[in-house]
Design a protein around this ligand. Structure first.
Ligand code: HEC
Length: 238
């Protein structure tokens, strides 16, 4: 190879690695949608995974408000920065065996750089994008307001009448659920999931919410404000 050829190759190599380090934050924002199913960017708003607000410089497993860290992550000694996050997102299981993040990793270096470029800005305090899924998605017709928005759990503090449960009865293998609009629906008892959300997004005490679960229409979640409300609310009656 002549000298000119070498210089061109070196330049190409330099540009590629410079690109990879910079990353494209707007493409990264798209990629973050996968993460948003489990992670919010608002301080202490925890879902399946911990809030990622103020992530840079934080100790792994170190967010005090998150109750569900694995021992593995907790005792890893990792401090989150560009380099450690790149390794974590490449292959979480390789970096921290026995961690409990259900995510296999992003093998594409460019895609990771884009995501990190977005995260580095978006996790700074006061820069979190506004909540998109505020309240039930009325337009989709009451019960459909579940997790259809691609991640963010809807706030259940104010419910429309189609979602606000007033009575639940149980007879043999069947639940009958009546909502504030006066409608009653039947569910095979295995198709009705009883859940709680005692947090900011959970329902008011005494006003559980019903949300459709899955696509077939025969399943739903009823979400209560606290576990002790569940059996109190369900009347055995045929
Ligand atoms: C299906 C849910 C889920 C998805 C999807 C997911 N995570 Fe996680 N993530 C978790 C859980 C759960 C933990 C805690 C793991 C543990 O304690 O072992 C976690 C932990 C983390 C941590 C460590 C935080 C800390 O406080 O130490 C980071 C950083 C992280 N995830 C980033 C991401 C990014 C970026 C994505 C998207 C590419 C993503 N996660 C996708 C559930 C998820």
């Amino acid at each position: 190879m002549n000298r000119f050829g070498f210089v061109v190759l070196a330049l190409v190599a330099f540009q590629t690695s410079a690109f990879a380090q910079q990353g494209d934050a707007s493409r990264g924002q798209q990629a973050f949608r996968i993460c948003a199913a489990c992670h919010s960017l608002e301080p202490d708003r925890n879902m399946t995974g911990p809030s990622l607000a103020r992530l840079w410089g934080r100790k792994a497993g170190g967010l005090a408000s998150f109750e569900r860290y694995s021992d593995a992550l907790n005792s890893s000694g990792i401090i989150w920065d560009d380099r450690s996050l790149d390794a974590w997102l490449t292959d979480p299981d390789r970096m921290v065996p026995d961690n409990e993040m259900p995510f296999e990793g992003i093998k594409d270096e460019r895609a990771r750089a884009d995501l990190l470029a977005f995260l580095k800005e978006a996790t700074k305090l006061g820069t979190a994008p506004p909540r998109t899924a505020q309240g039930p998605m009325g337009g989709m017709g009451g019960m459909m307001g579940g997790m259809m928005g691609g991640g963010q759990a809807p706030n259940l503090k104010t419910l429309d009448p189609t979602q606000r449960v007033t009575v639940i009865t149980h007879c043999r293998d069947t639940y009958r659920v009546t909502t504030a609009d006066g409608k009653t629906r039947h569910f095979w008892e295995r198709n009705l999931r009883l859940k709680t959300d005692s947090g900011e997004d959970g329902p008011q005490s005494g006003a559980p919410a019903i949300l459709q679960a899955g696509m077939t229409g025969d399943r739903a979640d009823v979400i209560f404000a606290a576990p002790e409300e569940i059996s109190k609310m369900i009347e055995p009656r045929c």
